[in-house]
Write a protein that binds this ligand. Structure first.
Ligand SMILES: [Fe+2]
Length: 460
């Protein structure tokens, strides 16, 4: 055999080896340029003018079904009013709700006045306007409530994770704002303030101002990531999740949860369960007990789609955080199969990855059966840890494993568009040279109403 033939065969073999899994996007991102945080005086962090003007305005669902909203904002000159004045576009009547104000200290930082006010008894599928900063500088925003919970109600969620506050984060958020997502499933790791000396909490404030342009107008559904823990013994900060849980509230009590980091909501056609990677999750824990009580309550004749959010992914073929999700998967995966979870969104890994429908549920530590297998009863696992934070992109293990359908270490966001009880369309929209490019897309079939094989690549 000549040298050229040998090289050709070797190349062919290497291609065969590398391609034994799914698809790796051919787009080559410039990996040399590490993302950089936007400077403190960036327009994206602009402080609204006026005495005691509300800033960092954000909203999240405030009850189980979408008829309440938690309105949150920060004032810096004085506590000011906790009131929210709100009205619908179909009514001339104004309503007023009263909330609470919180502050915290973190090492040498003292927060502004963090307000949380829940407005209730909202009509479904209605535009509401709301005002905060009553008595000082008043600012007005608006949002649209979801349709009433129902089987065939179309509804479009966005998915962003690990956003941070770099120039790339700014691009991701702009692309998401240009989409038709009407509520955002946020899969954890928000500001990355803890990457700064003493977890500089000023970067929590800048993140709040940066994200206001979306989060004040549609609910962001919060999942806690490791960058929310903010536990640092060396500077005497021993209360985990202090900045996050003071700034970002969740409606956990509405689903009988006892901790703000795991809870569920219903929104239109979806039952969304948020799990807590960084809270205790073993068999004897409150989280496990809550989930095993929650799953039987999911009524697929009411909410046709079952979505789970968590931070650390279970199926991840990146070098970064490889197998970190394994302890939780071992305990919870059988429940996901039993209750026909449709899709699991995670973050943590700074890349995009979508699994085939696979499970690894047969393994019992002695039987040696520890490889994921094709399983059309299983959820599809999607990692959207690609928001664009300052830590940069993940690198991938080679070869791509068979359970991995599509992966790419590049920034972007996801769109999950539920059409009816049987079909939803998912797309991953990659940031590419200033544009959002729909790089990965597929139709998902509902595991309860339409449990056919929707894999894009068949696993032999
Ligand atoms: Fe993370």
């Amino acid at each position: 055999m000549g040298y050229s033939s040998f090289v050709a065969i070797a190349l062919l073999m290497s291609v065969v080896v590398v391609c034994n899994g799914g698809k790796t996007s051919t787009y080559v991102r410039n990996l040399i340029e590490k993302p950089v945080d936007m400077p403190l005086d960036s327009d994206a962090f602009a402080i609204p003018p006026g005495y005691n003007a509300p800033q960092q305005v954000h909203i999240t669902q405030g009850d189980l079904v979408g008829q309440a909203m938690i309105i949150s904002w920060v004032t810096v000159d004085e506590p000011g009013s906790n009131q929210v004045i709100y009205w619908s576009d179909s009514s001339l009547q104004n309503f007023t709700a009263e909330g609470e104000v919180f502050t915290y200290t973190y090492y040498n930082y003292t927060s502004g006045f963090i307000h949380h006010t829940t407005i209730t008894n909202l009509e479904f599928d209605t535009t509401y306007y709301y005002e905060v900063g009553i008595g000082n500088t008043t600012r007005q925003f608006w949002f649209i409530t979801p349709p009433e919970v129902g089987l065939d109600v179309p509804y479009t969620f966005g998915i962003i994770g690990d956003l941070g506050q770099t120039f790339d984060s700014n691009t991701t958020l702009t692309h998401y704002q240009n989409s038709n997502g009407t509520a955002l499933l946020y899969v954890g790791d928000l500001s990355y303030a803890d990457d700064y000396p003493y977890h500089d909490n000023v970067r929590w404030d800048t993140w709040g101002r940066f994200t206001e342009r979306s989060a004040a107008y549609q609910p962001w559904i919060w999942t806690a990531g490791n960058h929310e823990i903010d536990f640092d013994l060396q500077i005497g900060e021993t209360q985990p999740f202090k900045p996050f849980s003071t700034r970002y509230h969740t409606p956990y009590e509405a689903s009988q949860s006892t901790e703000p980091f795991y809870y569920s909501i219903k929104r239109g056609p979806a039952h969304v369960i948020v799990l807590a990677t960084y809270s205790a999750f073993g068999y004897s824990t409150l989280q496990y007990k809550w989930l095993t009580a929650e799953l039987p309550k999911v009524n697929r004749s009411e909410t046709s789609w079952l979505i789970v959010l968590m931070h650390a992914p279970w199926y991840n073929s990146s070098n970064n955080h490889y197998m970190e999700g394994e302890p939780m998967r071992v305990i919870y995966e059988s429940l996901f199969l039993k209750y026909k979870v449709d899709v699991v969104f995670a973050g943590h890994v700074h890349a995009y990855e979508r699994s085939e429908r696979v499970s690894n549920n047969k393994y019992n530590i002695t039987n040696g059966i520890c490889t994921p297998v094709e399983d059309i009863t299983a959820p599809i696992y999607i990692t959207n840890g690609d928001g664009g934070n300052l830590e940069g992109l993940a690198t991938m293990k080679q070869p791509q494993p068979s359970y991995s359908a599509y992966r790419k270490a590049s920034f972007g966001h996801g769109i999950f568009a539920i059409k009816n009880r049987t079909h939803a369309h998912y797309s991953w929209n990659r940031n590419q040279d200033g544009y959002a490019v729909e790089a990965d897309k597929l139709w998902l079939f509902n595991r309860y109403w339409n449990p056919l094989n929707d894999s894009t690549i068949h696993i032999p």
